[in-house]
Design a protein around this ligand. Structure first.
Ligand code: BG6
Length: 508
């Protein structure tokens, strides 16, 4: 394998430019995100020779750990530990250090310990004064951490750089997002701020842009003249796990729709950016959001909450019976929306968005359904409208791009049948698992490249679209929940949303 690339037939690829030597400080290092994504992704970068040298990680959390227990703890949960050998993991783990502290401590306490630790690690490992802070904490801690970092003189450097990565959701609504951004800007400049939507780091999402804008064939028909509708499904079979405290305050609209689903919609609908770089891409995605019409809440929004049911042969609890969930909770765990983009390219093309927990299976897909031919001279295959062309970007599982079109079945009579042209990562590139999005997000943040990160203007606009739905639901939930069984495809009303327009969900 060439450093940073999977084996391809194309030779002469240049090695990616590596980030500057730096320290990554992770706040909330004992949490789920660090275990599941951050440390495995940093280690995977290490195995691909994509980390700078020298390099170090400092974890900051409340747990009573030290450097050794932190390393052991990470080792125990790393599923990719053998990616490049046990000895390499040993070498990598020697670059990990720990500081025990409370996020709301006085700057003279644990934040001072952090400052000392940064100095010790820097001089021991000869690292220039470059520090990337990653806030992998509860969103309610972001403001406090940033303020205290400044008070502890940790946010400025005479000789190096400081950057901060902030996880979603960014605020709870437009007003709080604006306040949070104002607080962050008191300490950091825009070029230092990296707001995450991990969907932008997904290989298939970036490939949607490559597909559209590096190939001339589809762009001329990428509009209302040829496209009947667009469907975006982000379905999960998992429930909320141990995240009840977070989820009860968040729900599916804040957790998934305001960010990941609207991001997928923007990538599908945007006009060609001049360049693949932060400014140009962000400008086009904001334009898409600005063209979205006000959503008709009662007609075009279906919300739901999961009841008990069965997933993969196992009985699972209803949302209300999950640990730490209020028994009368109306927090939605499912959403389906019909969105209308009022611009030249998309007028009258419905975008159907659907996401939910405890659905039948984990499937994330963007489907473009083309209009039928104006006149079919062959016998029709069916009357369900599905004998047309589909283009499917499958984000998970079995990542790839699939084009379904009509072909003649071999035989005496002329009979049509839908067939597929497929691109799959595993068969084309020979990799069973794609690099996680966090690898590219961390790599880019260390390099100072904001292309795959959000601008605050996009976030405000996305809240502005979703806030009325959340407000109405929280004031007066208009659908009785629970309203779908775990292991199903969600509430019946989500099917009806499309049926009344003579359509049906493509992912079933
Ligand atoms: C996160 C949400 O942002 O995305 C989770 O907080 C959700 O609730 C997850 O499970 C889904 O991400 P992915 O990459 O598995 O589709």
């Amino acid at each position: 394998m060439e450093d940073g690339y999977v084996e391809t037939k194309k030779s002469g690829m240049s090695k990616p430019q590596l980030p500057d030597p730096c320290i990554v400080v992770i706040f909330g290092v004992s949490g789920d995100l660090t275990h599941r994504e951050l440390i495995p992704s940093l280690y995977a970068l290490n195995c691909k020779n994509l980390l700078p040298t020298p390099f170090a990680i400092i974890g900051f959390a409340r747990r009573d750990w030290n450097d050794d227990t932190f390393r052991q703890e990470m080792n125990a949960t790393m599923k990719t530990v053998n990616d490049c050998g046990v000895e390499e993991w040993e070498r990598f783990s020697q670059k990990m250090f720990y500081v025990k502290g409370n996020f709301n401590d006085d700057p003279s306490l644990s934040y001072k310990d952090l400052a000392k630790k940064i100095e010790i690690v820097r001089s021991k490992m000869n690292i220039p004064d470059n520090v990337l802070f990653h806030l992998a904490t509860s969103p309610s801690d972001y403001g406090t951490i940033i303020k205290t970092l400044e008070a502890a003189s940790l946010t400025k450097s005479q000789t190096g750089w400081r950057r901060v990565i902030i996880e979603k959701p960014f605020g709870r609504d437009e007003t709080s997002a604006r306040e949070l951004d104002k607080d962050i800007h008191k300490v950091f400049n825009e070029e230092q701020i990296f707001r995450v939507d991990h969907y932008l780091g997904k290989e298939t999402v970036q490939n949607m842009l490559v597909f559209r804008f590096a190939n001339p064939g589809f762009e001329p028909i990428w509009n209302r003249n040829y496209i009947d509708n667009v469907q975006i499904t982000v379905a999960e079979d998992l429930g909320i796990g141990t995240r009840a405290n977070f989820y009860e305050k968040t729900g599916i609209l804040r957790d998934m729709v305001q960010n990941h689903l609207l991001q997928l919609l923007c990538i599908t609908a945007l006009e060609p950016p001049v360049k693949f770089e932060a400014g140009a891409l962000r400008a086009e995605t904001v334009k898409v959001l600005n063209s979205i019409c006000k959503i008709d809440l009662l007609k075009h929004v279906v919300l739901g909450q999961y009841d008990e049911g069965e997933i993969n042969g196992e009985k699972v609890l209803s949302y209300k019976n999950e640990k730490n969930v209020n028994k009368s909770s109306t927090t939605p765990t499912f959403a389906a929306l019909r969105i209308k983009i009022d611009n030249w390219r998309w007028a009258d093309v419905p975008f159907y968005l659907r996401t939910g927990k405890r659905l039948k299976s984990k499937q994330t897909e963007v489907t473009i359904q083309f209009k039928p031919t104006p006149h079919l001279m062959f016998p029709k295959v069916s009357n369900d409208g599905l004998d047309t062309n589909f283009l499917r970007f499958q984000l998970q599982p079995n990542e790839g791009i699939f084009y379904t079109f009509m072909a003649k079945q071999p035989g005496a009579e002329l009979r049509l049948q839908p067939v597929n042209l497929n691109f799959q990562y595993n068969t084309t590139f020979g990799i069973s698992e794609l690099p996680s999005s966090y690898q590219w997000l961390l790599f880019d943040a260390m390099k100072g490249d904001q292309t795959l990160f959000l601008h605050a203007d996009w976030i405000y606009k996305a809240w502005n679209i979703i806030d009325p739905v959340i407000e109405k639901w929280e004031a007066d939930p208009w659908i009785k929940v629970p309203n779908y069984y775990s292991g199903s495809w969600g509430p019946k009303d989500a099917e009806i949303l499309l049926q009344v327009e003579g359509r049906q969900w493509n992912v079933t």
